[in-house]
Ligand binder design. Structure first.
Ligand code: PLP
Length: 381
């Protein structure tokens, strides 16, 4: 072969095989994956239509229904991170002009509102100061006022550490004929969720938090009511990759190619879900609650205070107030570089005011709390 164009070697790095530091990920996510999950991920890939792989997909669907406590037939893992699954919920049920009411209690509520607007929704928002949650009465008044097609709420607001109570909200939505959409990215696996009991119509999550898996395959579910809205659309779903009318032909009985599934991510997710089923989801919730209470006590014992009122605190993510005069960013950096522990800083309104400490999935263990507290004692002035 005669070569007429010379090779540009500017970007041709000569590298050693990948080697990364061993960190304890106690931030808002990702959290450390369970070693068995990483091992499953190393299984050689199968073809995306191989019957052995299709069986893995079926197992994922069933286990997702279990951890979410739903019988929704349309329950799948979206190829992508939590944001892809979030967009899938909006893209499939929002049509131009639909009134979408978003309860904003932090950063991720704003993301939902932004997304719904991009799909042509008439977006209405109600807001709470960051760290607080809506009462059922407040939601009732808002739904009565705005008469939305969809009410969207964040169950576990990662930016604030607050858990939005959902009991009664499903009935409210039925009374006013709207769908209930919830973000369970920071709750699935770590916080009690009863999708069917609560009357939730659309939910999504991620793999990298309470499920103890790397990021990349994200739980998604739609109730029969939401599927009905999808079937009655006047317009095509405006996102080809996330269109459930196409995706369900791959995940359902037809097994039609849609996109090449990230095979190894699905192996990982299957193992993560299998581990929760082995533990029992209610035991996983209990473990998260017990360990976070130990964290709260330990933080208070070293003189730190917590941002969210106890009743509404998440078992998966705690916001810790940065004491007066302390450089929060510098402390987090020291924890990372000197102690190999990652914690998060504040987002949005809480930037510079709080640290965010996650105890999620495989990481929700007492020894991780002890390691963090010991390190904090060394780096705090
Ligand atoms: N929703 C919430 C509540 C989150 O915490 C996150 C991420 O942390 C997302 C959505 C987006 O998920 P991802 O970053 O996996 O795309």
């Amino acid at each position: 072969m005669t070569q007429t164009v010379s090779i540009n070697n500017n970007q041709r790095l000569q590298l050693e095989p990948l080697s990364t530091p061993e960190r304890l990920l106690l931030g808002p996510g990702p959290s450390n994956a369970h070693p068995a999950v990483l091992q499953a991920m190393n299984t050689p890939p199968l073809g995306h239509l191989d019957p052995a792989f299709l069986a893995v997909m079926d197992e994922i669907q069933s286990l997702l229904r279990y951890v979410w406590q739903t019988e929704n037939p349309l329950t799948i893992a979206v190829s992508g991170t939590g944001t892809a699954a979030m967009e899938a919920t909006i893209a499939n049920v929002v049509e131009p002009g639909d009134v979408v009411l978003v309860g904003v209690i932090g950063y991720f509520g704003n993301r939902l509102a932004d997304m719904a607007g991009r799909y042509g929704a008439d977006v209405r928002t109600i807001t709470k100061p960051w760290g607080q949650v809506f009462s059922l009465d407040e939601l009732h008044t808002a739904v009565q006022t705005h008469r939305p097609t969809i009410l969207a709420l964040v169950h576990a607001e990662t930016s604030t550490g607050a858990c939005q109570p959902l009991e009664g909200v499903g009935e409210l939505c039925r009374e006013f004929g709207c769908l209930l959409l919830i973000d369970t990215v920071t709750s699935l696996g770590g916080v009690p969720i009863f999708l069917d009991e609560w009357g939730v119509d659309l939910a999504y999550s991620c793999s990298q938090k309470g499920l103890g898996c790397p990021p990349g395959a994200s739980p998604f579910t739609m109730s029969p009511r939401a599927v009905e809205k999808l079937q009655q659309r006047r317009t095509k779903v405006a996102n080809w990759y996330l269109d459930m009318t196409l995706l369900h032909k791959y995940w359902g009985s037809q097994r039609v190619y849609h996109h090449t599934a990230p095979i190894n991510m699905y192996y990982a997710l299957r193992e993560a879900l299998r581990l929760i089923a082995e533990e029992g989801v209610e035991n996983s919730w209990r473990r998260h609650q017990e360990n976070v209470e130990y964290l709260w006590q330990s933080l208070e014992d070293i003189g730190l205070s917590l941002h969210v009122q106890r009743e509404y605190r998440l078992p998966t993510l705690t916001t810790v107030r940065i004491p007066e005069g302390v450089d929060g960013k510098a402390i987090a950096r020291q924890l990372l570089l000197e102690h190999n522990i990652e914690i998060g800083g504040g987002l949005g309104e809480l930037a510079g005011q709080v640290w965010r400490v996650g105890l999620m999935g495989f990481n929700s263990r007492k020894e991780n709390v002890d390691r963090l507290i010991e390190a904090l004692q060394q780096v705090l002035p």
